[in-house]
Unconditional design. Structure first.
Length: 189
């Protein structure tokens, strides 16, 4: 009986850890997302640290060839567009802020700094593992900046945001940025 209770406690701990919020407000007021406004999204991840390689992305991919780094950047740029699209499509009515890739008249700028990225792999497909095994994973910070004052309105930290498994990096990157948008929506609701 003790063994069963212990196993149930461990299982509940694992479930709670998996359901944890990946994006956390660390400073400021998230209510700004409930005001009708536009925010330009700027994502800094082209030279992020690649997990378990101890190299930045530009160094790591350029060592494989300049074309490899260019492909990496193109895949990430496509994923950035996916973040913006997904945020705008999935937001509830209470969230009035709209994200944009470019807007000269935007009131805010959402700066996303990815400090570490695990680019994932296609290995999970071979072994038939879970849908996220081998998916890309990112961590970093987000700041919503008021363009009129240059001040940060609110700041977030994110960690262990993981996307779905895919044989191509482009699909893994798109997936991880969609999950980041989803986690941001949960954090500001």
């Amino acid at each position: 009986m003790k063994r069963l209770i212990c196993m149930m406690a461990i299982l509940m701990g694992v479930v709670v850890a998996q359901a944890a919020d990946r994006v956390k407000l660390v400073k400021g007021d998230k209510d700004i997302f409930h005001v009708e406004a536009t925010a330009v999204v700027v994502i800094d991840d082209h030279k992020t640290m690649i997990d378990r390689r101890d190299q930045t992305a530009d160094v790591y991919y350029t060592s494989k060839g300049e074309e490899e780094y260019q492909k990496f950047v193109e895949d990430l740029d496509r994923a950035h567009l996916s973040f913006t699209t997904y945020f705008n499509e999935k937001k509830k009515k209470a969230i009035q802020m709209t994200m944009a890739d470019q807007a000269d008249d935007a009131e805010y700028t959402l700066k996303i700094k990815v400090t570490k990225m695990n680019v994932g792999n296609a290995g999970g497909m071979i072994w038939g593992m879970s849908k996220k095994a081998g998916g890309a994973q990112i961590e970093g910070t987000m700041q919503l900046i008021d363009n009129a004052t240059g001040e940060a309105v609110c700041e977030f930290e994110f960690e262990k945001v993981k996307g779905l498994l895919s044989p191509t990096f482009r699909a893994r990157a798109i997936s991880v940025y969609r999950y980041l948008a989803d986690e941001l929506l949960k954090a500001v609701k």
